[in-house]
Design a protein around this ligand. Sequence first.
Ligand SMILES: [Zn+2]
Length: 209
Amino acid sequence: MKNERILILAPHTDDGEFGCGASIAKFIEEGKEIYYAAFSLAEESVPDPFPKNILEVEVKAATKELGIDQDKLILYRYKVRRFAQFRQEILEDLVKLNRELQPNIVFMPSLNDLHQDHTTIAHEGLRAFKRTSILSYELPWNNISFTTNSFIPCSEKHLQAKINALKCYKSQQEKNYASEEYIRSLAVTRGTQIGTKYAEVFEVIRWLM
Ligand SMILES: [Zn+2]
């Protein structure tokens, strides 16, 4: 199966790490090419006393922790919670990414994700990559319904890389789902569903064999 080039769509800088950080670490170990596109640096919602560009610094550190080449980190500067106003511009950026990268698999938020920016990336992502395999990653705090129909088992090393990456987001540590205990519990829950120690779960939107 051709699955060598993978594109992660992250509405905000840490969404990709939360949704599929352990899988990214695994893919990199397997020699796959990973591109990570984040659409906002959320400068308007950075908590005091952090500098407004802190998320740019943190996403670089976090993706490096996962092993992503820094020239494969693509950052856009859409305003947080305003993606819907720029739906067409975002779609055009995604279409351009598709043309330039031609990924074999795209990871994005769920089509049912409740966050308004995540909804925009999921819907425009499906439009732009409708001829590509697409898996939605889970962000349980934003998902009311999520079909657990695709799993990627991961090792302690991959899970630790995810945890280390998320620790790079010092400005986001107050979120209750940023705790190591929670991240490990979720990986154990998903692993238990398929008889492995740890896993991440995905919803299949489209799968090309
Ligand atoms: Zn987000």
